[in-house]
Structures are given as C-alpha cells and as structure tokens.
Design a protein around this ligand. Structure first.
Ligand code: OOG
Ligand code: MG
Length: 263
C-alpha cells in the first residue's frame, strides 16, 4: 500500500487527538491492513511535527519492546522507537493524574544522556559507551491509545510507542562506575515487590538499545544529537496503576524513583 500525505496527516491527527482527549481508538491496521512500517513511522514523525508546531519541545527519545518480558507481554518481537515531548517529563516524587490517561502502566528503565552525536548504520555498544555523558534511572508511564491496550507492532509505532509520561531522578553515574548488565532493578507497588530484573534484560546490554536507536534513525537519515536523553526500554513487564497507588523503583547503584497516582 502507499498512503498519500493527506492520509498520513489524517491518521496522525486522529491518534494525537486520542492522546490529547484521553479517548481510546481502534488499531489503525483495522482500516489500513496493508500499511507499511515506514508509513507508520511517517505518522509518528507527523505527530512529533504537530507538537513542535504547537510549541512543544522534544526532550528525548525512547526505545520500546527491547526486553523479552515486554515482548512476551505485548505479543510482539521487534523493538521500536518513539519521541519524548517536554510535557511528558515529571520529577521524582511526582503526583500523577490518572484522569489525564486512558489505562496507564509503569515500566522500570535505564536512561542514557549522550555527550557526542551517535549515528548509524554500524553503531555499536562501544560507540554508545564512548558517547555517554551519564546514565540515570527513569520510570516510564505508557498509555496506549488503543482499546484495551491491544495492538500490533505497526499500530503502536504510529501511536509513538505508547509514550505518555516519564519520571527521572535517583542518582546519575558514568558508565565506567556501573556494570550495566548486572544492574539490578526492583519495582514496588504500595510497598510490595511486583517486578524485578537486571540491565541485561534489555537486548543483552542497555547500551545495545541506544545503538539500535542510532541504526534505526539512520534509515531516515536522522542521528542522535549530543545531549540527548534516551530511555532504553522496560527491563520488566509493565505494571498497571490506579488512583491511590504508589510506585517505588529501586536501582542498584542509582538510588530510587518514586511517584504517586491520583484521580
Ligand atoms: C509499547 C511501548 C513499550 C517499553 O519500554 O518496552 C515500551 C507498549 O508496550 O505499549 O515503552
Ligand atoms: Mg518504555
């Protein structure tokens, strides 16, 4: 299939409105079963353009579906990327309004901040470690715009990889102070351990996720500029939250992040 520009723009508006109006929608592949990967990323980039035109700043990138736990949970097998807009960012200890979301879930992630440009193809873990300024913990709040959080990979790419909010905090460290593969993560909901894992859950090494992002962006002649904040993807399965829930994620060597969900 080849969708014309007007259809790409119409689908971007449709999905962005679902986010802004907190209203779930049907998968776009229901109406466009032949849509291509490239067209789905075209829709995502058009949503990004719409936000920037409205004055929002893009403050980072994310990888998604980079761990077996996440791939199994969502029934898919290929990592994807999305962008982060300024209003997605919340500080450690934030009170998060569930009324601004459809059916949020939280994910424990490790984020990188770069100090040099990264570009593909051929970007590898070595390039990423050399270009990393520091690593910092991040908890993502995802919220698919698709009904019952059910989607296929192409639909979720168009929906900016379910990106909604993220909380950063804890302690930053340089990569030579960390063993990113064995770095342990424990997620607690209302004081009870609900998920746990280690950095290697993310493509064997979280830096591999950043390298994959650079290589995927190269397909669109894009790079990761110096100073970019990048979330590498959920280490564990995502956990649903309701008003009244509090989440604390404890990271080995990186301190912890907490947040509270309200109506
Ligand atoms: C897609 C986004 C996945 C992650 O960290 O794996 C993601 C989804 O599961 O809705 O952000
Ligand atoms: Mg995520």
């Amino acid at each position: 299939m080849s969708l014309d520009r007007a259809t790409i723009e119409k689908l971007a508006e449709h999905l962005e409105n679902a986010e802004l109006n907190v209203q779930d929608v049907l998968k776009i592949t229901d109406d466009y079963p032949e849509i291509t990967w490239e067209e789905c990323y075209d829709i995502q980039w058009e949503i990004r353009r719409r936000k920037e035109a409205r004055g929002n700043k893009i403050c980072g990138m994310k990888m998604g579906l980079t761990s077996t736990a996440k791939m199994k949970q969502m029934g898919v097998d290929v990592p994807i990327y999305g962008f982060l807009a300024d209003y997605f960012s919340l500080p450690d200890g934030a009170e998060i309004k569930i009324s601004e979301m459809i059916h949020p879930k939280v994910e424990a992630e490790v984020a990188f901040v770069t100090k040099a440009e990264l570009s593909g193809p051929g970007c590898h873990i070595g390039n990423v470690l050399a270009a990393t300024d520091f690593v910092v913990p991040a908890v993502e709040i995802i919220d698919s715009r698709y009904r019952d959080f059910k989607f296929d990979l192409k639909s979720v790419v168009a929906d900016n990889a379910s990106s909604t909010r993220f909380v950063t905090g804890g302690r930053m460290r340089s990569v030579d102070e960390l063993d990113l593969k064995t770095l342990g993560v424990v997620m607690e909901k209302n004081g009870e351990v609900v998920e746990l894992g280690a950095g290697a859950a993310v493509l064997g090494h979280p830096a591999a996720s950043v390298a994959m992002l650079a290589n995927m962006l190269a397909e669109r002649d894009e790079v990761i500029p110096a100073g970019t904040f990048i979330m590498t993807g959920g280490i564990t399965a995502a956990v649903g939250v309701e008003p009244g829930d509090s989440i604390c994620v404890r990271y080995q060597d990186l301190s912890s992040i907490t947040m509270r969900f309200v109506e």
